[in-house]
Design a protein around this ligand. Sequence first.
Ligand code: C2E
Ligand code: MG
Ligand code: MG
Length: 350
Amino acid sequence: GQLGGDLEAGRRHARAVADKLREVLARPCELDGSSYVSTASIGITLFPKDREGVDDLLREADIAMYRAKEAGRNRVAFFAAAMQAEVEERLALEQALQRAIVAGGIDVHVQPQFDADGQEVGGELLLRWLDPARGPVSPARFIPLAEETGLILPLGDIVLRRACQALARLHAAGRELHLSVNVSPRQFRRDDFVERVQELLHETGAPAGSLILEVTEGLLIENWESTLARMQRLVALGVRFSIDDFGTGYSSLGYLKKLPLYELKIDRGFVADTPDDPSDTAIVQAILSVARHLGLHVVAEGVETQAQADFLRANHCGGLQGFLLARPQPLADWLDRQLGVPEGLPLAAD
Ligand code: C2E
Ligand code: MG
Ligand code: MG
């Protein structure tokens, strides 16, 4: 509508209208004897702008509304040109990721894990994406995008397949190492997830007992019943479960007892400040103590210093993972080393 001659006046008016709307919506209303309160996220864009039609304006208002939702709902947000640039960059990233998946541009690395005696006992698989134009893109950036767009499903398949193939080769060579795979919530909740894992184990001949699935606390809390049932089916196959980034989510200790868990991974945020920071040190000790009482294995992530490793060992932490001990490295190279293939020889792809 017509709100004023200049953009600043228009902005003030639009804001006032939006606030009035929110106020009216926020009044409790009676429905069937119950009282309900609504909130609204409102996006606003102002015009005229150069070369913009109705569709452009609606799209801008939509982008601003999503921004209002992201900012915590029940808010008003104005469209800004920077938002548009961000939306476009995300779209470009999504398309590039899609192309990389199809073209085989996604690689899998492994970060070795060690027991308290310093013996290498297995590793965690980590996705790597080297984009021709962007260079290496951090998983912290593309995993959330993949989760949102559904691309995590083909990505998750790539990692699971590589894990099973590697485990089968290790097993055939008499090397009993385990491999941990990160499983995102959307991947875990797909209807055929249990069947996918079963199929891959069968197809590759990988020993199920050497496959560890890392899930996050958030996954365990939502849809508790169906999550538990699904975990039990996977555990019946022989697969083990680990909670990643333990201590960072909203978890109750009660659920630890009820779930078929094998392991907790102490988030590297806590490990980073041991043994100097008293509260993080206490948190790490508390996690270790809870795990001991529940009979759970523990891996500390992000071990970077000798002092951290010494502290963790002194407190009976069974597993260590971090740059101090080993960096993530290409899975194919690691596997060759484990299988004793001499370096520099041309090798069949795994
Ligand atoms: P995560 O599962 O907690 O993985 C551990 C991350 O910590 C990895 O980062 C690893 O490179 C990093 N790290 C290991 N040791 C150290 C250390 O000593 N110091 C520091 N500062 N960092 C260390 P990366 O590879 O960037 O992965 C980040 C996250 O992306 C992972 O966190 C995981 O949540 C996600 N991710 C990676 N690969 C996959 C995957 O295949 N599937 C899913 N769903 N998520 C994945
Ligand atoms: Mg992990
Ligand atoms: Mg972690």
